[in-house]
Design a protein around this ligand. Structure first.
Ligand SMILES: Nc1ncnc2c1ncn2[C@@H]1O[C@H](COP(=O)(O)OP(=O)(O)OP(=O)(O)O)[C@@H](O)[C@H]1O
Ligand SMILES: [Mg+2]
Length: 269
């Protein structure tokens, strides 16, 4: 067990997310009401890795944005560690598909910016930011600007920045959707390694069935929009999971999700 894991195991479990009877409606530009999310319950256990999967437009990002405090529920409630979400919280980190790095800051500058709220001394700030970049394998690219980095590297800086600020909940919205297959696999390995060390509660949005099953402890499946949760189950397959060496649980779960998504699509047309 690493020192970080030891110190984390002494901490009280934090990062519990509870969603009850959530529904979210928007007004369309024509003044009509769009139901983005229908009555939904969802619970993220502290330190767990949960995937939220569903077809395009079913409301995955809307749920994630509501947990992040960017969007208000129309009804129902969202609590993090028993406290109702009323707006963005620095302890709830978000990683989007678009890297959202500041192009005018170097890689280390981006990480330092995220650490501002800790009011660290200059040297400590530099040390922690550098440590975070080392953790994602970019210790030697600290002074590169985002424009000089590949897509995978930019997303690694985004991961370093987010984990460095020690969120208790990490929300990820199709973070690797723009990456090629090989880079994606190495990002999965990296993410799981960092998650294992930090044990942050992760909600990972994807529409890729294999990605959901490779990464998570639990999967929530949503119907076609307006979305609601139509299934949720634990992923029993042992880790590490490798896409071309999957076990019988993996195959059964893959079939289960694919069937549900196909059925939900057929019902919607
Ligand atoms: N700010 C908004 N105003 C009006 N409608 C919105 C708004 N945000 C989302 N919607 C609508 O809510 C529904 C759900 O959108 P959302 O982006 O959450 O889907 P998604 O599951 O994340 O899709 P994708 O997989 O394509 O990212 C869609 O019909 C979308 O058009
Ligand atoms: Mg989305």
């Amino acid at each position: 067990m690493s020192d970080l894991q030891k110190s984390n195991s002494n901490l009280q479990a934090v990062g519990c997310v509870e969603i009850d009877d959530l529904s979210i409606r928007f007004a369309s530009p024509q003044g009509r009401e769009v139901v983005a999310v229908e009555t939904t319950d969802l619970r993220l256990e502290p330190g767990s890795f949960t995937a939220l999967i569903g077809p395009s437009g079913c409301g995955k990002s809307t749920i994630l944005n509501a947990i992040a405090g960017f969007v208000s529920p129309s009804s129902g409630s969202i609590c993090v560690d028993g406290k109702a979400v009323t707006g963005p919280d620095p302890e709830v980190g978000v990683v989007f598909q678009q890297y959202a790095l500041f192009p005018w800051f170097t890689a280390i500058g981006n990480v330092k910016f995220a650490l501002k709220r800790f009011r660290l001394g200059r040297e400590e700030l530099q040390r922690q930011a550098h440590e975070a970049l080392k953790e994602v394998g970019l210790g030697d690219r600290a002074s590169a600007y985002p424009g000089q980095l590949s897509g995978g590297m930019k997303q690694r800086v985004a991961l370093a920045r987010t984990f460095a600020s020690k969120p208790k909940v990490l929300l990820m919205d199709e973070p690797f959707g723009a990456l090629d297959a090989q880079t994606r696999i190495s990002m999965h390995e990296l993410l799981l390694r960092i998650w294992d060390a930090h044990r942050t509660t992760v909600l990972f949005v994807t529409h890729d069935v294999d990605e959901a099953l490779l990464l998570s402890d639990r999967v929530f499946v949503m119907s076609e929009g307006p979305g609601r949760i139509i299934d949720s189950f634990e992923v029993q397959s042992d880790r590490p999971r490798v896409v071309d060496q999957v076990d019988e649980h993996f195959v059964a779960n893959r079939n289960r999700i694919t069937k549900l998504l196909r059925q939900s699509h057929a019902d919607s047309i």
